[in-house]
Design a protein around this ligand. Structure first.
Ligand code: ADP
Ligand code: ZN
Length: 650
């Protein structure tokens, strides 16, 4: 199938991208943007945002409108995006500080000569004076087709990814008001949406808000006991040999966790802003290219990471707010296949986040906003209801209980801790709001410690009234009270507990306080073998062998070309090939995810792999290869260092 010059979105979709149909609102958005309208696009990660500007870029270029400039915040990722476009046969390039002066000049020349369809650039580059002169030249010649502003929430100063350079992008609509703009983001609550619209002059643009739901992600939030051991258990049980991201708050903890995982047989690399940029780059490259690496990182890592097969995102510390949580967990399962968002949190996290907020130098109005955002997150953590329902409710989206989160799958038992909560508050009050949590627990439980004697606290009416309640339970009650805001930890005074908010009202009331009963649950949340996306049929054993053979081929091809494996074909496409077993180029072209350019580059190799397909029966006979040394195909070298082999042997 030759690449034509069609400008019809549907035809470009099939010929260039190899997809049969648009997803969700893609078609409406693409039609409108291709026709030259502005748009603000909110789509969850993995839903296919890129297509919403890439396809219009192609359509508009073919219609004679020239180049599309894509503003993207992370220079480290531009190269991969451009590589992926080259694989599709699209002229794309990037301009950033990693280019040599010669490369820079060459790209600029190509841009001015109209040879580039999509040009990626960082916001500071786009707003730089000499670049604006080039844009004006293109504009005067009618060759500036579209501005696409990716990760548009970076423009929000109250958001979690604020980039001051983004606010400079106003110059684009001031200088080139007639050039259409499309802004895209995967995360934005109502307030952030408003800021994007105002700052990017998109108030009159159509807003396309897709469902925020990521049905393939399973959410789970557990009480923190020994966080690292909990993490290790989770990875070994559900994600052995798979790629994942572990978020920690501090650089030190990032490094310690990476070491801990590596020492325990989980290959892991650290990533944080304190590492040398070459180290960061190397770790990121390895994470993108190799299978089955875990990245332990601060939030410096991740924005724009479009590795589709991240199977889990774990939080060892609490994120700042629900947007942050949604954004970070959204990096899991972009390929639509099952993935986990896993978090542990405890009293310390609540205290730390509260104190960081109160101690920060934001003004009171700003703090008010931040407080509301943190409260919403804490409420979600403590809740015994469906996590997804609450997550979506935060983005103003109603939904039913999902059946795919910890609370839906293992409905937690709850108890009414209203009485205990009032005991705790009254004990803090009687101790003059002058003691830390441990002492308060000791008094409640009637323990005769030195401190209790020194301050005569065995005399208090609250001494020993909660002896039958374990310290862990008291801790949970306190955490809840801090989460709600009736108790505050004073960081400037030895972390003493103080009463706050409407605590008096609460004490007088008979309001219940629902708490979860800490239950042991070690049930695996899912079995990893041959996981397929919802709605997809499972592979037969024969197909699975072919699928693994195709993965092995893909890996060697990727290594040779120095590109990430998924850039060649994603897993879903490989499964499609394994299932349909095409024997001709035309049949192969029918498989979802196989476009014209890939057909030309890889078609013959894929057909040859399919024709040599191994079959499962052969493994049962006398000639069965040693299961410890799986043979994908007799004449195919088996790379024992890759995870391909371990997948087959496990
Ligand atoms: P994001 O919204 O996170 O930027 P991407 O644009 O990276 O998502 O798309 C996620 C995945 O979905 C990619 O692998 C992409 O090729 C695929 N995809 C996008 N649109 C379609 C479609 N219409 N049909 C099939 N696959 C699609
Ligand atoms: Zn649920």
């Amino acid at each position: 199938m030759p690449v034509t010059d069609a400008t019809e979105p549907q035809q470009i979709l099939k010929e260039v991208f190899g997809f049969d149909s648009f997803r969700g609102e893609q078609e409406t958005i693409i039609e409108s943007v291709s026709a030259g309208n502005d748009a603000l696009v909110l789509m969850p990660t993995g839903a296919g945002k890129s297509l919403c500007y890439q396809l219009p870029a192609i359509a508009r270029q073919r219609a004679g409108h020239g180049i599309t400039v894509v503003v993207s915040p992370l220079i480290a990722l531009m190269r991969d995006q451009v590589l992926a476009l080259h694989e599709l046969g699209i002229e794309a390039a990037f301009l950033n500080s990693t280019l040599s002066p010669e490369e820079f000049t060459r790209t600029r020349e190509r841009m001015l000569a109209g040879e580039i369809t999509l040009l990626y650039a960082a916001p500071e580059r786009v707003t730089n004076v000499s670049f604006l002169v080039d844009l004006a030249t293109l504009h005067d010649a009618g060759q500036l087709a579209l501005f696409a502003i990716d990760e548009a929430h970076c423009v929000s100063q109250w958001g979690h990814d604020f980039r001051p350079e983004y606010q400079g992008l106003t110059i684009l609509h001031e200088r080139f008001p007639d050039v259409p703009r499309v802004a895209l983001t995967a995360t934005a609550d109502a307030l952030t949406r408003q800021e994007i619209a105002v700052n990017l002059d998109l108030e009159r643009a159509t807003q396309y808000i897709s469902s925020f739901d990521r049905p393939n992600i399973r959410y789970a939030i557990d009480e923190k006991k020994n966080a690292r051991d909990q993490l290790l258990k989770f990875i070994k049980r559900d994600h052995d040999g798979e790629a994942g991201i572990v978020y920690c708050l501090s650089r030190k903890k990032v490094e310690e966790t990476a070491r801990f995982l590596s020492d325990n047989g989980v290959p892991a690399l650290p990533y944080h802003a304190g590492l040398d940029s070459s180290v960061r780059q190397r770790h990121q490259d390895r994470f993108l290219r190799e299978d089955g690496l875990v990245m332990t990182a601060t939030i410096a890592f991740g924005m724009g990471i479009d590795k589709p097969d991240v199977r889990f995102v774990a939080h060892l510390d609490l994120p700042k707010n629900i947007e942050g949580y949604y954004q970070e967990t959204g990096r899991a399962g972009r390929d639509g296949e099952p993935a986990d968002a896993w978090m542990v949190y405890g009293l310390q996290d609540v205290v730390l986040q509260r104190n960081m907020l109160e101690g920060g130098d934001a003004d009171e109005r700003h703090k008010q906003v931040l407080r509301r955002k943190l409260d919403a997150l804490l409420a979600m953590c403590e809740s015994t209801q469906c996590r997804r329902q609450q997550l979506l409710a935060y983005f103003d989206q109603g939904s039913e209980p999902c059946g795919n989160c910890d609370n839906c799958l293992n409905p937690p038992e709850t108890w009414d801790a209203g009485r205990e909560a009032r005991m705790l508050i009254s004990c803090i009050y009687r101790c003059d709001q002058n003691f830390g949590s441990q002492h308060i627990f000791d008094v409640l439980r009637g323990r005769e410690t030195d401190k209790v004697h020194r301050f005569n606290h065995w005399n208090l009416s609250t001494w020993g009234i909660g002896a039958e309640i374990s310290e862990q339970q008291w801790r949970a009650v306190l955490r809840q009270l801090i989460a709600i805001g009736y108790v505050r930890v004073d960081p400037d005074h030895f972390n003493v507990l103080r009463l706050a908010g409407d605590w008096r009202e609460f004490v007088k009331s008979e309001d219940p306080l629902e708490l979860r009963v800490a239950v042991k649950k070690e049930r695996s949340t899912r079995k990893r073998a041959a996981a397929v996306a919802e709605g997809e049929d499972p592979l037969t054993p024969d197909d699975e062998l072919l699928f693994e053979a195709l993965r092995t081929w893909r890996k060697s091809e990727a290594d040779e070309r120095g590109v990430p494996a998924y850039v060649i074909f994603d897993n879903k496409t490989l499964r499609g090939i394994a299932r349909t077993r095409p024997t001709t180029i035309d049949q192969l072209a029918e498989v979802k995810g196989v476009g014209a350019a890939k057909l030309e580059t890889y078609g013959a190799a894929v057909l040859s792999r399919v024709s040599q397909a191994p079959d499962a029966d052969a493994l049962d006979g006398d000639a069965a290869p040693d299961p410890g040394h799986p043979q994908v195909h007799p004449d195919e070298p088996v790379d024992h260092t890759s995870d391909e082999s371990s997948v087959i042997s496990s």
